[in-house]
Ligand binder design. Structure first.
Ligand code: PLP
Length: 395
C-alpha cells in the first residue's frame, strides 16, 4: 500500500503517545501522575453545558451555515473585538469544529508548494504538520528561554525573505506559556509588511494570562488587520475541548474561501455545540476569571517547586497552563528523561523535543490539574531527579 507524499512526514502528537504509555502502565496497576495532557481539568461550565443539553432537547440538531450560525458570529465579532480593542464584522468570523481544522484551512487557502512558512520552535506540532501537508517549506524560528520564550529576533531576521508566505505566532504559547511582548510584535509586523507575508496568530490562550497582563494582538498594530488571521476557540477558555468549537477572524474575502473549504469538508460545526458556544460568549464570564486565578496559584506553586529541584531551571510563564523547565543539567535527552520519569517515578511529562528540535533539553508539564496532584508529582520528580544529580559527578 502506498500513500501520498503529502502525508508521508506526519507524526503522532507527543501528548497522545505519552498518554497511551501512561494509560498502559495504569492498566497494569501503576499509579501515574498526569502532567502530559493540555486540557483544563475543570468540567465545562454549568451554564454552557445546560445550554447544550437544552439545545439537543429542543431539536437544535440540524445543519447550520458552513461557517457558523449568524448569532454566534455576531457574538464572537463583538466579544473578540472588545477583548482586543478592535472592531470586527460577522462576515470576518469563521466557526469550525475546533481551532485545529481552522489552522489547516487557511493554510490550504494561502500556502502554495515551495512557499516558506515561519513558525515557533518549540511549538504546537500541528503547525509543522499543516505546512508539510500543503507542500510548504517549514522554517522554524527558535524561541529564547532568556526572553521568556519569545522569538529569537536575530534568527527571525535572518530567516524571513521574499519567499516567506506566512508567519505563525502563538502567544501565550504552547508548550512554553511564553508571551510575545509588544516590542517584538512590532518588529515582526514591520517585517511581515516589508515581505508581504500573512500572519497567523494563534491566540487560543489569550484569556489565560496572569498577573493582570494584557495580551496584545498583532492584528491591532498599524496595517496588520488585512494580513492577519486570528485563531481562537472555546476549548481552553471554557473547558470545552471535547465539544469541538473554534473560530477564526480574518479579512472577509479570505473568510469566503474558507467557507467553501468548510462546505466541502466538515459541512458545519455541530448545531447544539454552537448554541452552547453562544451561551459561553454571551453568558457570565466570572467562571473564566475564577479558573484563571486558580491556574495562577498552580503556576506559582509548580514553578517554585520545580526550581527547588537541583538541576532544574524553570521560567515563570505569563500565560496558558504549561511550564517548560530546562533540564539540560541532567545530561540526557528530554525523551530519555521523560521516559525515566514515567517508568521510575510514575510521572507523565512530555519531552520538549516533541515540540521541535529547539525544544530539546526541556520538559513540558501541564498544570491543568489539582494542587494535590501537582504537589505529589513534584515530590516524585524531586526524588527521581535528585538521585540522578547525585549520581552524575561520579559517572
Ligand atoms: N492551538 C494551540 C496552541 C493549542 O495548544 C491547541 C490545543 O492544544 C489548539 C490550537 C487546538 O485547540 P482546539 O481544541 O480548539 O482544536
Amino acid at each position: 500500500m502506498t500513500y501520498t507524499q503529502r502525508i508521508a512526514h506526519l507524526k503522532p502528537e507527543g501528548a497522545y503517545q505519552v498518554l497511551a504509555k501512561s494509560q498502559a502502565l495504569e492498566k497494569a496497576g501503576r499509579e501515574i501522575i498526569h502532567f502530559e495532557i493540555g486540557q483544563p481539568d475543570f468540567d465545562t461550565f454549568e451554564n454552557i453545558r445546560d445550554a447544550g443539553i437544552q439545545a439537543i432537547s429542543t431539536g437544535q440538531t440540524r445543519y447550520t451555515p458552513p461557517a457558523g450560525m449568524l448569532a454566534l458570529k455576531e457574538a464572537i465579532a463583538e466579544a473578540a473585538g472588545k477583548e482586543r480593542g478592535l472592531s470586527f464584522l460577522p462576515e470576518q468570523i469563521v466557526i469550525g469544529p475546533g481551532a485545529k481544522p481552522l489552522l489547516f484551512f487557511p493554510a490550504m487557502a494561502l500556502i502554495e508548494p515551495g512557499d516558506e512558512v515561519i513558525y515557533p520552535n518549540p511549538g504546537f506540532p500541528t503547525y509543522e504538520a499543516m505546512i508539510g501537508v500543503m507542500g510548504g517549506v517549514p522554517v522554524p524560528v527558535p524561541l529564547k528561554e532568556e526572553k521568556n520564550f519569545s522569538f529569537d529576533l536575530e534568527a527571525f531576521d535572518r530567516l524571513i525573505n521574499e519567499r516567506t508566505r506566512m508567519i505563525i505566532l502563538n502567544s501565550p504559547g504552547n508548550p512554553t506559556g511564553g508571551v510575545i511582548p509588544t516590542a517584538d510584535l512590532e518588529h515582526i509586523a514591520e517585517a511581515a509588511k516589508r515581505y508581504d507575508a500573512w500572519v497567523l496568530s494563534d491566540e487560543i490562550y489569550a484569556r489565560i494570562v496572569y498577573d493582570g497582563l494584557e495580551i496584545p494582538s498583532i492584528a491591532g498594530l498599524p496595517g496588520m488587520l488585512e494580513r492577519t488571521i486570528i485563531v481562537d476557540g472555546f476549548s481552553k477558555t471554557y473547558a470545552m475541548t471535547g465539544w469541538r468549537l473554534g473560530y477564526r477572524i480574518m479579512p472577509a474575502g479570505l473568510a469566503k474561501k474558507i467557507d467553501l473549504l468548510l462546505t466541502h469538508s466538515v459541512g458545519c460545526s455541530a448545531h447544539f455545540t454552537q448554541v452552547a458556544g453562544l451561551e459561553a460568549v454571551r453568558g457570565p464570564q466570572d467562571r473564566v476569571r475564577e479558573v484563571v486565578e486558580i491556574y495562577q496559584k498552580r503556576r506559582d506553586f509548580i514553578v517554585a517547586g520545580l526550581n527547588k529541584i537541583p538541576g532544574v531551571v524553570c521560567q515563570k510563564p505569563q500565560g496558558a497552563f504549561y511550564v517548560f523547565p530546562n533540564v539540560k543539567a541532567f545530561g540526557k535527552t528530554s525523551s530519555e528523561l521523560a521516559d525515566m520519569l514515567l517508568q521510575e517515578a510514575g510521572v507523565a511529562v512530555l519531552p520538549g523535543s516533541s515540540f521541535g528540535k529547539f525544544g530539546e533539553g526541556y520538559l513540558r508539564l501541564s498544570y491543568a490539574t489539582s494542587m494535590e496532584i501537582i504537589e505529589r508529582g513534584l515530590g516524585k520528580m524531586r526524588e527521581a531527579l535528585e538521585s540522578m544529580v547525585f549520581v552524575k559527578p561520579s559517572e
